[in-house]
Design a binder for this molecule. Sequence first.
Ligand SMILES: [Zn+2]
Ligand SMILES: [Zn+2]
Length: 375
Amino acid sequence: MANKDYYKTLEVDKNATKSDVKKAFKKKAMKYHPDRAPEDKKVEYEEKFKEINEAASVLGDDKKRQQYDQFGSASFNSAGGAPGGHQGFDFSDIMSQFRSGSFGDFDDIFDSLFGGNGGSRRNARARRGNNLAYEIEISLEEASTGIKKTLDLNKLENCSDCQGKGATEFKSCHHCNGSGYVRKTQRTPFGLFQQTAPCPYCHGKGELPQDSCDGCNGEGLVRKRKKIEVKIPGGVENGMKLRVPNEGEAGMNSGPNGDLYVIVYVKEHKYFERSSQDLKITVPISFTTATLGGEIEVPTITGKAKLKIPSGTQSETVFKMRDKGLPFLRFSGTGDQLVKVRIEVPKKLTKKQKELIEKLGEKEPSKSFFKKVFG
Ligand SMILES: [Zn+2]
Ligand SMILES: [Zn+2]
């Protein structure tokens, strides 16, 4: 028997992946589906359709494809003689399937070829889209006030050519007369039961696709870039997940969209340290201000504020500035800013300054400290 070139039949490369094979098969089979054959080409289309099915059933199956690559198509046709004992193909089942139905049954035929166990039926049911995660880094300033950010997403969206249906032309399902439901009689030990179930051919939709959308290869979904704006609330915590409903990937077969989770990371600040909604900062003050007291200006996360330093302030003293921290997320109010002052010892002095400092140093505290320690 002549060796058939299955790769040529499907017009795919020798290195084509399984999904390439599936795509090629779907495209070809759609084209040569006997239902679409012109009156004078019925036989030709049927032959072609058989060839396509045969090629796909081999190239779509890893084991068979390996066998084919090694031994050629003849190894399948001689019943019993093939390595692995493969039988010839029997297409009578497939042919009767598509004769009795139309394109709606097509996915089932497709699946039986690729050894799917009703996968397309499952897939044809509405399925919720995937959730997406998007990480974003913001500054502490932005975290304090809240900010709007534009996210550039690359996600599965409903195909605009077919509105996510995978096909542009539909016909009323003749299995259920367009109702989407079929009556089933079930035999049980208690007698016969009549049951209404969703039509397995149209999956309860009442209509069957008549073509495969070019825009999405019949998948109904396409990957698209989409910009969306999200509002990050003031006071957002580091690592917080913000849920944006319905902005995940589109659902399959009119299923609902998934959600988008924006994970917010707050960058560390060079000067401010965050502790929940409080902020801490260390501010240098002069020896004079520490000694005599005074008012200083300290930075806050949104600008600046005045802080009173009482006379006799020691280095490392912490002052609390109310409501200068970050806003609380779950209730009203704002955290505080804690200011630690550090007395800066001057490194260079004029002669006059030196004299004045020396006068202060006449009372050396370390001398009385000895007394404290040794009693
Ligand atoms: Zn489409
Ligand atoms: Zn139906």
